[in-house]
Design a protein around this ligand. Structure first.
Ligand SMILES: *Cc1c(COP(=O)(O)O)cnc(C)c1O
Ligand SMILES: [Zn+2]
Length: 417
């Protein structure tokens, strides 16, 4: 596998560099998996390969193939990920009191932006001749990896916390994966997946330790840069679990700015749940860090975020910040998003909306600033939590009068002075 456009893998802690054509997860100079590697590119080589028009027509993330760490002759494993819409959201803007748009990444093939990373991971795993891929996941990465493994004929063996929402456990099963529900938290599932990677040599997709994963996530930044050329928002908002996604988006957006493909960069706002706020706490230098994750937003229920360093760099370099929100605020945001714009997000996908409300209240986002929120996951994956935020269905008898009683009464009460 030759990667002439990838210069090196550089340790984010000590700066040591490694050969990108070998599989290396993290820098061996540090305990555990702390030494996360960063992929460094040769942009002259990339520009030699990149001849796309930045005209807003994006069929899939592979429009930016020249920027991805795959060989020129690699057979790409794809289901059409990326190329998601950037939607005007006038009613939501009015509700939040700030001009905003939504990048709807819940429309990816498995219902989650993680497909961007899985597509790259499975392409690379196949290039390396691996036939088993693995990951630990709060749910979405598992489903996503399983789909791409199925697509390419690889076996997927995945580790999820036992209490993941049912929809997220069933989905990878349908894709034919071996799903191992670990009797414990995501953090424990994560540690176990690392052990088996060592033991069996399976290809590990865990985004924080696999340096190529963030690279796929970068394409959400490339797309946003292309889609907002001439009207770059003041803020781009993501929810944060391990922190890989916000870091990937920032890398993608800022490299397009460095190449003058887009005129400026946005500030990044990272949103975490109050009960799982490790990156927020590190960014604001709190020292009473609680490592037990407690939030219904399962995709961001991470007690020990694996990519705090890259996420904090994204917040800092962009001039952004981090906020936390409560589970009640997340659920309220989920129904607000649904009823104001017809977009159904899972809790972690709706958390940015709650974060924007918080940031506007706290004066972090000024009323005249523009905002893009990235909705990272589709709501049908977790109906149980959404149900708590709605009034439920109304049972009626199958008669016209049952309907007229309801709506005539409503019209009358509405017309009362
Ligand atoms: C994984 C996930 C996140 C968080 O991404 P990180 O890279 O862990 O910060 C947010 N939303 C959804 C829907 C996810 O699946
Ligand atoms: Zn190192």
């Amino acid at each position: 596998m030759e990667l002439p456009h990838v210069r090196t893998l550089e340790c984010t802690l000590c700066g040591e560099t490694y050969d990108p054509e070998e599989i290396i997860y993290t820098c061996p100079e540090h305990e555990g998996v702390a030494g996360i590697l960063e992929v460094k590119y040769d942009y002259d080589e990339i520009l030699d390969r990149f001849d796309e028009e930045l005209d807003g027509n994006i069929d899939s993330q592979w429009k930016y193939r020249a920027f991805l760490p795959v060989a020129d002759d690699a057979a790409v494993v794809t289901l059409g990920e990326g190329g998601t819409d950037l939607l005007e959201t006038p009613r939501l803007s009015e509700e939040l009191g700030v001009e905003m748009r939504i990048k709807n990444d819940g429309t990816n093939p498995t219902g989650c932006f993680k497909d961007r990373a899985s597509s790259v991971a499975v392409t690379i795993a196949r290039e390396h001749g691996r036939d088993v891929v693995t990951c630990a996941s709060t749910g979405n990465a598992a489903a996503s990896l399983a789909a791409y493994a199925a697509r390419s004929g690889l076996d997927a063996r995945i580790f999820v916390p036992g209490d993941a929402p049912e929809g997220k456990l069933v989905q990878p099963l349908v894709y034919g994966a071996d799903v191992l529900a670990v009797e414990g938290s995501y953090d424990e599932a994560y540690d176990l997946s690392l052990e088996v990677t060592d033991e069996y040599g399976w290809y590990n997709r865990n985004a924080a330790i696999n340096p190529f994963q963030v690279e796929g996530k970068r394409t959400v930044g490339h797309e946003l840069a292309e889609q907002t050329r001439g009207e770059v928002p003041d803020w781009v908002v993501f929810s944060m679990g391990d922190g890989c996604t916000i870091a990937g988006c920032w890398k993608g957006f800022s490299e397009f700015a460095d190449l003058d493909f887009v005129e400026e960069t946005p500030k990044m706002l990272g949103v975490q749940a109050e009960g799982a706020s490790g990156i927020h706490d590190a960014f604001h230098e709190h020292d009473d860090v609680d490592e037990i994750a407690d939030t219904l937003a399962d995709s961001i229920a991470v007690g020990r975020p694996r990519n705090t360093l890259k996420a904090c760099r994204a917040l800092e370099e962009s001039g952004g910040t981090a906020v936390t929100v409560t589970d009640e605020e997340i659920l309220a945001a989920e129904t607000l998003l649904g009823r104001s714009e017809g977009i159904y997000a899972e809790p972690a996908g709706a958390a940015p909306i709650a974060g924007i409300q918080r940031a506007v209240e706290e004066g972090i986002i000024a009323p005249d600033e523009t905002v893009v929120a990235v909705v990272t996951g589709f709501g049908l994956k977790d109906t149980a939590s959404a149900k708590r935020a709605t009034d439920g269905v109304t049972s009626i008898e199958p008669t016209l009068s049952a309907v007229t009683t309801r709506y005539d009464a409503e019209t009358e009460s509405a017309s009362q002075p």
